[in-house]
Design a protein around this ligand. Structure first.
Ligand code: ZN
Ligand code: ZN
Length: 335
C-alpha cells in the first residue's frame, strides 16, 4: 500500500509500505479520509516521545471495512484503544486506562496510523458512519469528541449555568473552534471570546462561530473576568493568560500540551478557588454522543475543513507549520 510516512523531524515521505495483516478481533479498514491533528504536528516537530520515526501518523480516520467481519461497511474509527478490563475501562473512563494507546503511535506499543491506504483497528473501536455524516467530514468526530469531553468537564464543575458563563477560548485551531461551536450551539453560551495570533485562522473560525475574536495581546482580554477559560494551546504564555484572566471561582480547562511545564500562580489559584482541569481524549460514550451531534448537524456547517490529497500531505504539514494555513483543520483524502 501507499502511505505518508513520518521519517524524520519535519520530514514526511509518501511511499510504499507493507499492508497491515488481519489479526483476531480486528479489521482492516480501507482509509477514505484522515485528519491532521495538533499531536501529529507535535510529532512532526520531533517533540513527541510516543511517536518515533519511521511511523505512519494519523488517528482521525474514516473508511470502508476491507477485511474482517463486516466487509463493505462505511465506518469512522475511535482511535483510542484501551484494555477493556481495568477499573477505568469498566467504569466508563476508558480514556484513563493505563494500557491506552492511539493509532499512529509506536511507544510503548506500535500502532501504525491512518495516513495510509489501509489501517488495522480492533473491532470494538469501529463505529458505523452515521447516515447524515459525509465520509470526508467524518474524521472530525475524533477532535469533536475531545472538545465535547472538555466542555462537559467545565459544565460539571462550574457553579453557574453554562449560558451565563463568560468564556475565553485560547487558540482557534480545530479544538478551539469545536469547543466554541459546542459551547455556543449546544450549551447556548452567549458570551464567547476566542483568541489566536494567526489572523487568517481566527477570521475563518469567526465565520462559523458566534463569538468575538481578538489577538491574544488585545486590551479587550481583561484580567479576572472569565468564568471558563479553555487553553487549547498549552504554551507557557497561554497558561499565564488563562490564570490572569480567570474569575474568582472560575475554571481553567487545559487541553493543549505544546509546552508541558512552566510556572503557575498558585497564590491566585488558592485565594480565588480556581479550578484547573487537565483533560485528555474522551470516553466511549463521548465518542458516541459526538457521532449523534454530527449526524444531527448540531454544530452547523463543517465547511471550515480544508481537504488535500494524502499523497500531497507533506505540503499540508509544511503549511500548518508555517502558519500560512487559514483552515483550523486539514483532512487528507485517499482518492
Ligand atoms: Zn486528534
Ligand atoms: Zn483499561
Amino acid at each position: 500500500m501507499q502511505a505518508l510516512v513520518y521519517t524524520d523531524t519535519q520530514k514526511l515521505i509518501y511511499r510504499e509500505e507493507k499492508n497491515p495483516k488481519l489479526i483476531n478481533g480486528e479489521s482492516i479498514v480501507k482509509v477514505s479520509a484522515s485528519g491532521i491533528c495538533g499531536s501529529d504536528m507535535h510529532a512532526y516537530h520531533g517533540k513527541d516521545e510516543r511517536r518515533i520515526p519511521p511511523l505512519i501518523l494519523g488517528h482521525e480516520v474514516s473508511g470502508i471495512i476491507d477485511k474482517g467481519k463486516e466487509i463493505g461497511k462505511k465506518v469512522v474509527l475511535n482511535p483510542l484503544i484501551t484494555c477493556g478490563s481495568c477499573g477505568y475501562c469498566k467504569n466508563g473512563r476508558e480514556h484513563l486506562c493505563s494500557k491506552r494507546i492511539i493509532l499512529g503511535m509506536n511507544k510503548p506499543i506500535e500502532r501504525q496510523g491512518g495516513f495510509a491506504d489501509y489501517v488495522s483497528i480492533p473491532d470494538k473501536n469501529i463505529y458505523e458512519l452515521p447516515k447524515n455524516l459525509n465520509m470526508h467530514e467524518a474524521p472530525i468526530a475524533e477532535p469533536c469528541a475531545v472538545a465535547l469531553h472538555a466542555v462537559e468537564l467545565g459544565e460539571k464543575n462550574i457553579y453557574k449555568k453554562m449560558e451565563d458563563c463568560k468564556t475565553l477560548i485560547i487558540g482557534a485551531g480545530a479544538i478551539g473552534l469545536l469547543c466554541g461551536l459546542i459551547l455556543s450551539k449546544i450549551k447556548y453560551c452567549k458570551n464567547i471570546i476566542i483568541v489566536d495570533p494567526n489572523d487568517k485562522r481566527l477570521k475563518e473560525s469567526l465565520k462559523y462561530l458566534d463569538a468575538n475574536g481578538f489577538k491574544p495581546d488585545s486590551k479587550k482580554i481583561t484580567s479576572d473576568h472569565f468564568d471558563l477559560v479553555f487553553d487549547t494551546v498549552g504554551l507557557e504564555s497561554t497558561r499565564q493568560q488563562a490564570i490572569r484572566c480567570i474569575n474568582p471561582g472560575g475554571i481553567i480547562i487545559h487541553i493543549g500540551l505544546t509546552q508541558p511545564s512552566g510556572t503557575f500562580n498558585f497564590r491566585k489559584t488558592t485565594l480565588q478557588e480556581i479550578t484547573f482541569i487537565g483533560t485528555y481524549c474522551y470516553t466511549n460514550k463521548d465518542f458516541e454522543k459526538t457521532l449523534n451531534i454530527l449526524n444531527n448537524k448540531k454544530i452547523g456547517s463543517l465547511k471550515w475543513i480544508e481537504y488535500r490529497k494524502l499523497k500531497e500531505g507533506s505540503l499540508a504539514f509544511k503549511e500548518i507549520h508555517n502558519g500560512s494555513c487559514a483552515s483550523p483543520k486539514i483532512i487528507l483524502l485517499n482518492s
